[in-house]
Design a protein around this ligand. Sequence first.
Ligand SMILES: NC(=O)c1ccc[n+]([C@@H]2O[C@H](COP(=O)([O-])OP(=O)(O)OC[C@H]3O[C@@H](n4cnc5c(N)ncnc54)[C@H](O)[C@@H]3O)[C@@H](O)[C@H]2O)c1
Length: 335
Amino acid sequence: MTIRVGVIGTGNIGTSHARDLAMRVSGSTVTVLYDFDQARAAALADELGATAVPTFEDVIESDDVDAVLIASPDDFHAEQALAGLAAGRQLLCEKPLAPVEADALRVIEAEVALGQRHIMMGFMRRFDPGYAELKAQFTDEGIGEPLIVHHLHTNQSAPYGLASARTMTNMVIHEFDITRWLLDDDYASVQVIAGRPGPQTPEGELDPLLVVMRMQSGALVEVEAFVNSQYGYEVSCRVTGSRGGAQMGEGSFITRSVAGVRGQDVPELWLSRFAGAYHRQLQAWIDALRSAGPLPGASAWDGYVATITANCAVAALDSGLPVEVALPLRPALYD
Ligand SMILES: NC(=O)c1ccc[n+]([C@@H]2O[C@H](COP(=O)([O-])OP(=O)(O)OC[C@H]3O[C@@H](n4cnc5c(N)ncnc54)[C@H](O)[C@@H]3O)[C@@H](O)[C@H]2O)c1
């Protein structure tokens, strides 16, 4: 059985996912595409032998589609996910579930009302061998219990414009998700500390930022987020444990020595660093749909918790003080 995927949003990541689903993932094909920029969707449809349609609803309602990938800009995810759920579609939703907590909650309520999980979130770091290896170190033979986590996350230049709130809801949202997954723990509080802005930071915005969190276990987490770093895309993570420390590697990049210089190229975008994780995520989604097995990866609940945490971080940005992260009771669907 081949899963026919419809894609909403054919920008950077939508195009990359669509090509992967059409050409490399086994058991899937891409049949229908929509983008607000119709010429962009039409060009990709030509390339992949798919059909471009005039509205996102046409993707969701198409008879030629078994599952839908949502890769539109952040603000449209919730509305499109709700339409997908109303049509009973399986959905892979890029992060965030929504920038605004109330919108994410509407999606949770709709999925709970269906009584079955339909949404997998595009938190692909959960499929990255680096994070999996790091998590595997938290044993008595490894580094013991995780006590402090240090993340670094830079973009070369702000990919969606520089707004400090978006740094939380779009960028650091990756750390909000992966840290919960790494530590099997939820957040107790979040604080955001702004220091000296770089000369490229627009008036009124804050960049870089330091996000400091306390987990419910008491473990501490720190994220240095620099959305307009000028030098490239970099993601690193180091964990101090009760018996030692572990640092995640640099993905699959090689260290090159040539002409008197030793070094690594720093990628411009996330696509190089996480190409393997994106592919494994898509393959795991398709495998689950083909076997009617449980959805792997992050659930809509994980997406909702990440959005709640990001919204607390936005509030913390205003106050400069730690903000308590209060989570509602988790519905049984997500146990
Ligand atoms: N998981 C990851 O690591 C990762 C990486 C990159 C992007 N993303 C997420 O994917 C989404 C897209 O990011 P991108 O970098 O591809 O952005 P992009 O700007 O390159 O592409 C967005 C596309 O959506 C189209 N669009 C605008 N309004 C739309 C609508 N209402 N419905 C459908 N399409 C619409 C635009 O024309 C554009 O082609 C964002 O939500 C982003 O957070 C996730």
